[in-house]
Design a protein around this ligand. Structure first.
Ligand code: COA
Length: 260
C-alpha cells in the first residue's frame, strides 16, 4: 500500500510510523486510519520488527483528534459506525498487537490523538505535549475508547474531570497521573523511545507478545486474567525462546532469541 498520510521507517528492529498531516495537526481522517491499520498490521507481521513507535510529524502535534471536518454532518447511525469501525481498525487493533507499541507524544494529543496514544502499550511525552479529551466541548463524548482507557490509566475521578472539563493537561501533570511513563525534551523524544525500545528488543518477542495478551486480559469483561496468565505461562515452556533463554542463562551467555 502506498501511503499519503503516514511515513514509515525501519532501523535496529524498530519500525517508526509517523502520522504526516502537519498542516491539519495530524488529525485522523478516514484515509489516515486505514493507512495506520495497514502499517501496524504489516509491522506486526514483520518478524524483524520487535517494537513499533508511533509519533506525529511537525513541531506542534502528535494528533489533534479525529478530523472534525469529516463527521460534522453525520447522523446518529453514521456516528456509531465511525466509532465502531475506528475502534476495530485502529484503537483495539493496536492495543491487541503482539508487537509492543510505544506512543512518542510530541505535542498536542487531543481526542482521537490521546485515544490512539492510550491504545498504545505505553507512552513517552515531550515537555511541550498537551493532552486532553475535548469532545464534550463539541457536544460529543470520546468515541475511540477514551471513556474506557482514560480511567484505566489515571483513575475514575481524574478521567471524569478531564472529560467533563474538556481541558488539556501538560506533560508533567500527565506524568504525575501515570498517563505517560517519561517526559523529555522534544529533541530527545525519539532517542529516549528508541533507547527503551532497544532494551525490549533484547528480550523474547514471543514472551513479550504473550505478556501483552495476559496484561490486556485484566481489562476484558468476563475474562479471568489470572487464568489467562496461568495458561500462557505454561505455553511459554513450549517455545524455542524459552529453551534459548534458559540455556543462555545457565551457560552464562547472552540469549539470542529465535522469536519462535
Ligand atoms: N480536525 C480537523 N482539523 C483540525 C483538527 C481536527 N481535530 N485539529 C486541528 N485542525 C486543523 C485546523 O482546522 C487548522 O486547519 P486550517 O489551517 O486549514 O484552518 C490546522 O489544523 C491548524 O490548527 P489551528 O487550530 O489553526 O492551530 P492552533 O495552534 O491555533 O490550535 C488546537 C491548536 C489543537 C488547540 C486546535 O487546532 C484545536 O482545538 N483542534 C481541535 C481539537 C479537538 O477538538 N479534537 C477532538 C476532535 S473529536
Amino acid at each position: 500500500m502506498n501511503y499519503e498520510n503516514i511515513l514509515t521507517s525501519f532501523q535496529n528492529g524498530i519500525t517508526t510510523i509517523t502520522i504526516n498531516r502537519p498542516n491539519k495537526l495530524n488529525a485522523l481522517n478516514k484515509a489516515t486510519i486505514n493507512e495506520l491499520h495497514d502499517a501496524f498490521k504489516s509491522a506486526d507481521a514483520d518478524k524483524n520488527t520487535k517494537v513499533i513507535i508511533v509519533t506525529g510529524s511537525g513541531e506542534k502535534a502528535f494528533v489533534a483528534g479525529a478530523d472534525i471536518s469529516e463527521f460534522a454532518d453525520f447522523n446518529e447511525a453514521e456516528g456509531e459506525e465511525l466509532a465502531r469501525k475506528g475502534q476495530a481498525l485502529l484503537f483495539d487493533f493496536v492495543e491487541n498487537l503482539s508487537t509492543p507499541v510505544i506512543a512518542a507524544v510530541n505535542g498536542f494529543a487531543l481526542g482521537g490523538g490521546l485515544e490512539l496514544a492510550m491504545a498504545c502499550h505505553f507512552r513517552v511525552a515531550s515537555d511541550n505535549a498537551k493532552m486532553g479529551l475535548p469532545e464534550t466541548s463539541l457536544g460529543l463524548i470520546p468515541g475511540y475508547g477514551g471513556t474506557q482507557r482514560l480511567p484505566q490509566l489515571v483513575g475514575k475521578g481524574r478521567a471524569m474531570e478531564i472529560i467533563m472539563t474538556a481541558g488539556m493537561i501538560d506533560a508533567n501533570k500527565a506524568l504525575s497521573f501515570g498517563l505517560v511513563n517519561h517526559v523529555t525534551t522534544r529533541e530527545d523524544l525519539l532517542t529516549l523511545c528508541e533507547s527503551i525500545a532497544g532494551k525490549i528488543t533484547r528480550n523474547s518477542s514471543v514472551a513479550i507478545g504473550t505478556a501483552i495478551k495476559a496484561i490486556n486480559a485484566h481489562y476484558k469483561a468476563g475474562v479471568n486474567g489470572f487464568e489467562v496468565e496461568i495458561e500462557a505461562f505454561g505455553d511459554s515452556f513450549g517455545t524455542e525462546d524459552f529453551v534459548e533463554g534458559t540455556s543462555a542463562f545457565l551457560e552464562k551467555r547472552r540469549a539470542e532469541f529465535p522469536g519462535e
